[in-house]
Design a protein around this ligand. Sequence first.
Ligand code: PMP
Length: 455
Amino acid sequence: MSLSAALPSSVHAPLPVLGREVLVPLVTGGEVPYAALDYAASAPALQRVWDDVAAYAPYYGSVHRGAGHLSQLSTDLFEQSRATVAEFLGCRPGDQVVFTRSTTDSLNLLAAAVPAGTNVFVFETEHHASLLPWRNAEVTYLGAPRTPGEAVATLRRALAAGVADGPALVCVTGASNVTGEIWPVRELAAAAHAHGARIVLDAAQLAPHHPVDIADLDVDWVAFSGHKLYAPFGSGVLAGRADWLTEAEPYLAGGGASRRVARRTDGGVDVDWHTTVARHEAGSPNVIGAYAIASACRALTEAGFDRLVEREQALLARVRAGLAQVPEVKVLSLFGDDAPRVGVVSFVVEGWNSSNFAAALSAEYGIGVRDGLFCAHPLVRTLLGAGGGEPGECGAPEAAPGDPALNAIRVSFGVGTPDEHVERFVDAVRELVAEGAKWRYRTEGGRCVPERDRG
Ligand code: PMP
């Protein structure tokens, strides 16, 4: 892998990202600029985020109780970052913005904070980060809806049947990490509130692609990850209502969350926990991560999010039109062709092992996509019509003709994607299907990799 400074012609994305000049080797010989089309997993860092972090780095210091100048400066920047995120999300007065490690961490924090006896309602189509954290609650799993309207009706029915007097929480994704389809969040929030339930929005895939306004959507909490929002420094966010968070035990016990700790005469320890956002941020916080998220929020806002959405929709239309021209390709969808969606598309190719297809896109075209079940196993299996089988050895056909594929391929993109990456992807799919792979592949360590020689 090498770096080249001489590739500006392939870069026409609205916001520059790191990695746009990285060349990767092709198994067939030569090098091409890497086409990063796996934004839904982790998006490349915005150049602006990187520059902001680099500019701040010499001034980095311990936050909160440090007496030195740089500690105070870092504390100010950390708290300003919180305010920037609150503004980016349209938080209401009194909402808290907790810095976490990721969406998974944010949802686990909320799961640990729900009052005892809470009924949680979650669609089985969710990412595992939304599906699994509710270990201390009564969970109702809702079946896969086939239209946005059906999602709302299903939730209404379940809430009517399932909410007794106790607290209730709905957890829903804003945009699917599998289909890219946008969920009817405002309507689901209205349904939840009509039944006295609360709602948390998993915005891991929505926030990088679409403005998210907590007050306008009328959701109680929003969770997202920095590394999908072009800020890969290990930080995430849980923003929203303070009450459940303030009443809950601290997520982590330790310094920063505790206001006063004293030995009792009986030998024990008395702890007075903070009732502010510090309650759930024990330990030294990830200041750079928080600062990077705030920088990304500013960059997206200043670029004009609506303009970015428009551009991404044009790329999405190109990808979908390109795939639609290849009859062997089946795009996975819950809500159908007309559903609004973000730049995430999953598909299978008849007669192809998905891992083999993804490996060939990488090795022969320099395109990075993802294959598998995308941490949303129930949803992908439903969409594939597959049982629980394991994908076959790479190189062998995925399934007998007519049998469902066992995993899928996902392409995803965003504000750093030049047109050329999408064009190359569409051409590569067409060529691979028409002509087959130019190389042979084998399974090694669970991954599909090119054989040492063409074979
Ligand atoms: N929710 C959705 C919809 C996601 O796509 C992801 C990441 N793929 C997550 C939650 C979890 O995000 P993280 O891995 O950053 O915790």
